[in-house]
Every structure is written in C-alpha cells, then in structure tokens.
Design a protein around this ligand. Structure first.
Ligand SMILES: Cc1cc2nc3c(=O)[nH]c(=O)nc-3n(C[C@H](O)[C@H](O)[C@H](O)COP(=O)(O)OP(=O)(O)OC[C@H]3O[C@@H](n4cnc5c(N)ncnc54)[C@H](O)[C@@H]3O)c2cc1C
Length: 459
C-alpha cells in the first residue's frame, strides 16, 4: 500500500514520489528514464473526454507512457461547464468555453476516437460505437457526466428547454439562448431561476448564476427582479454567498440565518430590500410546472409570471452509464470507494459526476482528483503492484457573489467506515469575517483557477 497524498504535496513532488513507487528508487535521476522503464501494460479506454475522462487519459500517460490510452468522445471540442455562467453576464464568450484535445494527443500520445459510444461487451471487453467501431480494452474508465431529467416538471421537455426555457446546465446552445434572453429582457422584467434538488452538478453554481445576473442587471436593467425558487432550505456556501448578496444587492437574510450569523458578522437590514429573492423549500419554493406559452412557473407556494425562466432540473448519471448497466436505482453509479471500480460491471471504473462518491460534490475539481487516483490505481494494478487502499481526494469550489466578490468551499476526503468522508482540519468556507482584500482575492483565485484547472485537465 502506498499512501502518497496528492493533496498534501505539490504536483511535482507527488509525481516524483509516484515515479519512485512506479519504477523503483534505483532508477531515480531521470524521470523520463523512469517512466520509460515502467512495463508496457495494455490498453485503457476512456469513455467521455470531459473533465474526468481527459484528466484520467493524461495522467495514465504521465504515470506510464508505455500504456496505450484511447479516449472515445462524441464531440470534437469540449464545451466546459465550469465558468459557463459567465457567458450570461458577458464576462466570457461562448468561444472561450471551447477546449480542444490537440495537446493531449500531441504532448502525451493519447489516442482519440470521435464517435458516440453505444454499448459494450464486458466479457469480451470491447466497446461499440455508433460509427460501428469495436474497440478492445483491458480496463475501461467511464466519465459520462450527467443527464438532465427534463420531464421532472409538468410542461418541461428537452424541446421546451432548447427553444423557450433553457437549462444550460450542460453548456451549449441552451447557454447561448439563455444569454440572449437575459441580455434582451425588457426593462423591469422578472428572471426566475429554478434551483435543482440534491444531488446535482456544482453545488454553489445556481446561486452564483443568480448573483452574477443580479449584478449585471443592476447596470443594464436596474429594475429587473431575480427570483430563485428552490426545493431546498440550504445550499453549500449559503452563509458566505448570502453575506455577499446582503452587501452587494440589499438582500435581507432569512431570520434563521440572521440569528445564526449575526454574532459573527455585521448583517445589514435593508429597509428597501433589493431585487434578489430566494424562496426556500420550506416556503414553497419547489417547482411543480412551467408553461412556455405564458412564461409562468408554478411552485408549491405561487404562480409566477416571468420574462425569462432558467430551469435547472433534477439530474442523474449520463445516459451512457445506464446504457452500459453501470447505474443502480438511484440513477447514479455505485463504485468501490478506493478505486472507483464499478460494483456492477467488471474491469470498469466510473468517475466524475456520474459516480456515487458520498461526501464528494459533483464538481470538476472532484472529477479531476478522482481521475488521478484511478489512473494511479490502474497503472499499479496492470503492473502487478499493490493498489493504494487509502487514497486522499480533495475539492475546492470557487464561486462568485459578484465579479469582485469571491468565496469558496474547500475539503479533503478520505475513506471512513467504507464511505468517502470529509476530514478537514480547517474551516471549509471563506470566513464570514474575511477582509475586503481577501474577498477580492477570492475572485482573482476563481479566475486563475479556471485557467490552471483547464490546463491540468486538457493541456
Ligand atoms: C454553471 C456551472 C458552473 C460550474 N462551476 C464549477 C466550478 O467552479 N468548479 C468545479 O469544480 N466544477 C464546476 N462545475 C461542474 C463541472 O463542470 C462538472 O462537475 C464536470 O464537468 C464533471 O466532469 P465529468 O467528466 O463527470 O463530466 P463532463 O465534463 O460533462 O464530461 C462528460 C463527457 O462525456 C461525453 N459523453 C457522454 N456520453 C457519451 C457517449 N455516449 N459517447 C461518447 N462521449 C460521451 C460528453 O460529450 C462529455 O464530453 C460547474 C458546472 C456548471 C454547469
């Protein structure tokens, strides 16, 4: 067992230690020589070239360049979901969300097959595609992301989402449509964002999106209203996010939050509340139906006439996971925790949003750190070495309450009692008493993270 912790050492040091473990200390001195000395050990096929899949492919080749690694991905370019709400407030363009696969192919020797996976034979160990290809593998990594359950609300369908009430939680044409609707909304209009139930991709994301639009409207459409309707009563980063809203948008916190937070931080009580409202589950915020013709959204509490509606519906593992028999009744993919090996199919590892990872959120950061741990486990297993049974994972979600108002949640995870649990020694969130400089720095970290994270996954 090797207990090297990728979170506690720099990436370079971690790679160095991994190389040592991989090829033996006697070959140290030339990392490349070390890598080359690792025995060739088969073919790993990765399904899905998103955050999880791309990172896994890159790190498999870094850990053992002799390994053959093939990514099967349906799109020639990846549209990154993380940072995609910044298209709505004109902070980024749709083009800036595009990420190519050239670097993974040319720098690391990852093979790409651009095709849609349609099935597999777990006994023969072959994957089949819509283009009638059959590709053999020794190990399979599946990182298919999510699918949106449009039909969860009466009146909502994929067709309605594509044409009138976009979701944009898988970025693409719906993101562009939503941006156009929001930026063209009539003066004084109402924007309703329907937040999803747990578990969902990117826990602070819906609230960040609402905040960024409230900020944008203040400049371009100052009487516009933003209403978040929510089936939940709380969300990750809620205290630090709402403190930002309180300061930036005259948002008055719900009483229970005010009581809890006011001993730690000064909260402003605004005689005239601002234009951002959060309707919680306990106040009837759960969405029941939408009507695209009349642009109405009905929750348990009320019927709201809106100008723009953004529904983020419930979600489950990407369709590919179900097609391959990797999902259970929950709609997600159960895995052995240390290796993310599927408990339902042999020789398959499921990572990223689709996997059941207990306390780990469905985030890009999580998918990236899971990919590295799995790449390491596969390289070790194929080389006949023991596999780490006590890995450490980490996650940091940066989020914006405004363009210059950054906050975060940061966690370290280990296996406890058979489940992945948080084991932080320190505070998870931006402290409520953070200084203005720390808050501004948080926003700079978020922007820097978008760049360096994309490089770590795709370049
Ligand atoms: C608005 C928003 C903001 C976010 N912000 C953050 C953030 O700040 N920090 C953070 O860590 N995370 C963030 N996320 C979440 C993050 O983007 C996801 O958690 C991450 O992309 C998950 O990676 P994945 O590999 O599981 O899935 P994906 O990245 O979605 O990749 C899945 C891939 O599989 C491919 N695929 C699916 N089916 C098939 C098939 N049959 N054949 C071939 N290919 C297939 C898809 O084309 C896709 O490329 C955000 C998400 C959103 C929506």
């Amino acid at each position: 067992m090797n207990s090297v912790n990728p979170s506690s050492v720099s990436r370079r040091a971690w790679l160095h230690q991994t190389l040592q473990a991989t090829a033996g200390a006697s070959l140290l001195g030339s990392p490349l020589g070390l890598l080359a000395a690792t025995p060739a050990a088969g073919h790993v096929v990765v399904l899905g070239g998103g955050v999880g899949g791309a990172t896994a492919a890159k790190y498999l080749k870094l850990f053992n360049p002799a390994l053959k690694v093939t990514v099967i991905e349906k799109n020639r370019n990846y549209i990154r979901p993380y940072g995609s709400s910044e298209v709505l407030n004109q902070h980024a363009s749709m083009d800036e969300l595009n990420v190519g696969y050239g670097a993974l192919a040319s720098r690391y020797g990852v093979n790409f097959v651009f095709d849609t996976v349609t099935g597999f034979d777990p006994q023969a160990r072959t994957v089949t595609t819509a283009g009638k290809q059959s590709i053999a593998y020794d190990r399979l990594i599946v990182s298919p992301g999510i699918q949106l359950m449009y039909s969860a609300y009466a009146g909502y369908t994929e067709q309605v989402a594509n044409t009138a009430i976009p979701s944009g939680w898988i970025p693409g044409q719906q993101t562009a449509l939503l941006a156009k609707q929001l930026q063209g909304m009539r003066q004084g209009g109402t924007f309703v964002l329907a937040a999803p139930p747990n578990p969902y991709r990117c826990p602070p994301g819906p609230y960040e999106r609402a905040a960024l639009m409230t900020e944008w409207f203040a400049r371009h459409n100052p009487r516009a209203k933003v209403i978040i309707v929510d089936p939940k009563d709380s969300f990750v980063t809620d205290e630090s996010m709402m403190l930002g809203w309180n300061r930036l948008y005259n948002f008055n916190l719900p009483d229970d939050y005010s009581k809890k937070m006011s001993p730690q931080v000064e909260l402003l009580q605004h005689a005239t509340p601002g234009n951002l409202t959060w309707v919680r589950g306990k106040d009837g915020g759960r969405t029941l139906k939408v009507d695209a013709k009349t642009m109405r959204i009905t929750t348990e509490a009320e019927d709201i006439k809106a100008d723009v509606i953004n529904v983020i519906p419930p979600m489950k593992a990407g369709q590919l996971a179900a097609t391959l028999g990797l999902t259970d009744a929950s709609g997600w993919c159960p895995v052995e925790r240390a290796t993310f090996k599927s408990t339902l199919q042999p020789h398959v590892h499921v990572i990223g949003d689709a996997s059941v990872a207990d306390a780990m959120p469905k985030s890009g950061f999580s998918a990236n750190t899971q990919a590295k741990v799995v790449a390491r486990a596969i390289v070790d297993e194929l080389a006949g070495r023991p596999v780490d049974t006590a890995p450490v994972w980490e996650n940091t979600c940066y989020a914006l309450a405004g363009k210059d108002y950054g906050l975060f949640v940061a966690d370290v995870f280990r296996i406890r009692d058979g489940k992945i649990a948080r084991t932080n020694g320190k505070e998870r969130y931006l402290p409520l008493n953070a200084t203005p400089a720390q808050i501004k720095l948080g926003a700079r970290y978020q922007q820097a993270w978008l760049r360096t994270f994309t490089q770590d996954c795709f370049a």
